[in-house]
Design a protein around this ligand. Structure first.
Ligand code: NAI
Length: 253
């Protein structure tokens, strides 16, 4: 018996990294998972690695595009038989100091994180409200609190926290919980790309990040998966509108 037996989950940006870690854990707990990512073959490849008896699906979709989002949600409901959990995880970075930040870099980051979470949640809530059941887990970041070179990303990730609180108010009466996770440094392609941009070796960058936080290690997708599994479960049904920092204490000061 898993906590998600009979449940259907959509996880965006789940072809790799944190999303794939969460998808794997949800599948272990019995969920049927729709892996949504930009490239359909990468999404299908990731879905084919997921454990468990339930059916999984890979869907190519751009979370910033309304038609693409509507089609992804409808396909999930049709092919997997319903929808109970949505994790808005898809993300990109386009870091630069403000005076060098282009409009395109601003727009892309807003479009994927904020508009993507809006479009996906709007499409999913129809199904959640109809069945008076739903769990939304959004992905914020410790960068929401401010991070040099990430004005676009920080604004989007703090926006996610406001979005989460507001939907907690709006959707609570319909049996829907909406929460967010704010990860600290998690070892994925995203942080490896940051290391490359800074001209650092991946291991050196991870060691620096580990040295800067109280638990003296970096995080892994499994750390976020553990928190997401709790927030998407019925054990967390009295928690809504919250942002849980999963950062090894990095933001404690
Ligand atoms: P990643 O770069 O490894 O994976 C992100 C995934 O999102 C990729 O598979 C990518 O193709 C997909 N994606 C990008 N744009 C998309 C779009 N428009 N539509 C659909 N899919 C799209 O990144 P990672 O590290 O796994 O990050 C996942 C989430 O966690 C992101 O929201 C990120 O901002 C957030 N986060 C990551 C942290 C880290 O240290 N890695 C720290 C805090 C937050």
């Amino acid at each position: 018996m898993g906590r998600f037996d009979g449940r259907v989950a959509i996880i965006t940006g789940a072809a790799r990294g944190i999303g794939l870690g969460v998808a794997t854990r949800f599948a272990e707990e019995g969920a049927s998972v729709a892996v949504v990512d930009l490239d359909e073959s990468a999404a299908a490849g990731a879905a084919s690695t997921l454990p468990g008896e339930a059916k999984h699906l890979g869907i190519g979709a751009n979370v910033g595009d309304a038609a693409s989002v509507e089609a992804a949600v409808e396909r999930t409901v049709t092919e997997l038989g319903g929808l109970h959990i949505l994790m808005n995880n898809a993300g990109v970075t386009r870091d630069n100091l403000l005076f060098k930040m282009s409009e395109d870099d601003w727009d892309l980051v807003m479009n994927v994180h904020l508009k993507g979470a809006f479009l996906m949640t709007r499409a999913a809530q129809r199904h959640f409200v109809a069945h008076k059941y739903g769990k939304v887990v959004n992905v914020s970041s410790t960068s929401a609190l401010g991070n040099r070179g990430q004005a676009n990303y920080s604004a989007a990730k703090m926006g996610i926290q406001g979005f989460t609180r507001t939907l907690g108010i709006e959707l609570g009466p319909f049996g829907i919980n909406v929460n967010a996770i704010a990860p600290g440094f998690i070892a994925t392609d995203m942080t490896d790309a940051t290391a490359a941009r800074l001209g650092l070796a991946v291991e050196d960058f991870r060691t620096m990040a580990a040295d800067q936080n109280p638990v003296r290690r970096v995080g892994y997708p499994e750390d976020i998966a553990a928190a997401a599994t709790f927030l998407a479960s019925d054990e967390a049904s009295y928690i809504t509108g919250q942002t849980l920092y999963v950062d090894g204490g990095a933001t404690l000061g």
